[in-house]
Design a protein around this ligand. Structure first.
Ligand SMILES: [Zn+2]
Ligand SMILES: [Zn+2]
Length: 364
């Protein structure tokens, strides 16, 4: 069949399923048969047209946590990867020449992002993981993925790529205590990675509504979980660490800024803080910067992945070193897109998921 379906976002809170003609690979590029796409909290902002990625456009086929198989290659495609190879797509198409690219920083100055920055009016319009097929431009970074893990679990490569980059920046020495604020799919991925890296105590904090996510955190190797609406996390952490507090605090709490001053309190003197949860440009109330000075803290920002961390995430999955099944969450088909988006927004009464994803069904 040469007809392809895809979910489309219009940037005004509306979405639809549309039919497209299956495209040919673009010059020097490939056509990918998409197997699965992870859904990210940022997809909801994108649905409403709240831009946070350079070049973001609409209408667009969204989806940036993409796993698929190479279906066809252009005659002039220079990639050595064979048709049929299962790959993780690095959603950032980089120029390779700017200062950020030269320094291996996540955000290329000329970057274009699959699922965000290529609209329906460009080529065949299929440039995101919500489509059953998508086109890949020449120069797209791809990393091979294992065959023995379901595609719906392998979409983990995307948060994992960022997590690896962030721990590279912040450092995590085996035996160190880490606090992860926010048990969403990113926080849980960081939990799993911290465990494989030999962290000492791992403490995950969240809210009363995070019960299911707390269970997952414990299954992934967290030593303690703290509902900050119910307990004083300073006291809980002091008890777990015999007063030493955290070597590393990672803030992945979505939306709320209250966790930023809290991170400063939870870090030990000389400790490190990684800020990676976006707050929609809200100002942080209650932050006493003197504490950062007097406690001699280091504060890092986590922007995303690099080509190197993308490759290493795929290698970690190849090595089978992560409990991907715990992180799979709920998986839907394109026909259930409305339900999937409601689950992502945590709007389905009585039901929560550690992660939400889509799988595409293909006959071949
Ligand atoms: Zn994402
Ligand atoms: Zn660049």
């Amino acid at each position: 069949m040469s007809e392809v379906r895809a979910g489309v976002f219009f940037g005004n809170g509306k979405f639809d399923l549309q039919r497209f003609t299956r495209p040919s690979p673009p010059p020097g590029g490939m056509l990918l048969q998409v197997e699965a796409v992870g859904m990210c909290g940022s997809d909801l902002a994108q649905l409403d047209g709240v831009a946070h990625v350079p070049g973001e456009t609409s209408p667009v086929v969204p989806g940036h946590e993409i796993v698929g198989r190479i279906f066809a290659k252009a005659d002039d495609c220079e990639s050595p990867m064979a048709v049929g190879t299962r790959v993780a797509v690095d959603q950032v198409l980089r120029c390779g020449r700017c200062s950020a690219c030269q320094a291996q920083r996540p955000h290329c100055e000329n970057m274009r992002v699959y699922g965000y920055g290529f609209g329906l009016d460009e080529g065949a319009g299929l440039w995101g993981g919500y489509g059953e097929y998508m086109a890949l431009k020449a120069g797209t970074h791809l990393a091979p993925l294992p065959e023995n893990i379901p595609a719906a679990e392998l979409t983990l490569f995307e948060p994992l790529s960022s997590a690896i980059n962030w721990f590279d920046k912040t450092g995590l020495v085996p035996g160190e205590t880490i606090v992860i604020q926010g048990p969403g799919h990113m926080g849980l991925t960081l939990t799993a990675l911290a465990r494989t890296m030999g962290a000492g105590k791992i403490v995950v904090t969240g809210m009363g509504s995070d019960r299911l996510r707390f269970e997952a955190a414990l299954a992934l190797g967290a030593d303690a979980v703290v509902d900050i609406e119910d307990k004083d996390v300073r006291e809980e952490l002091a008890a777990v660490t015999h007063g030493a507090m955290a070597d590393v605090v990672v803030d992945m709490a979505p939306g709320s800024t209250a966790t930023i001053p809290l991170a400063v309190e939870l870090a030990r003197p000389g400790g490190r803080i990684l800020l990676a949860g976006l707050k929609h440009f809200a100002e942080v109330e209650g932050l006493v910067s003197d504490l950062i000075v007097l406690k001699d803290l280091s504060v890092f920002g986590g922007a995303g992945m690099t080509p190197a961390s993308h490759r290493r995430a795929a290698e970690l999955l190849m090595a089978g070193q992560l409990p991907t099944d715990v992180l799979r969450g709920e998986v839907y088909t394109l026909d259930q897109l409305d339900l999937a988006l409601d689950m992502l927004a945590r709007k389905v009464p009585g039901k929560d998921a550690v992660r939400v994803g889509l799988v595409h069904q293909h006959d071949n």
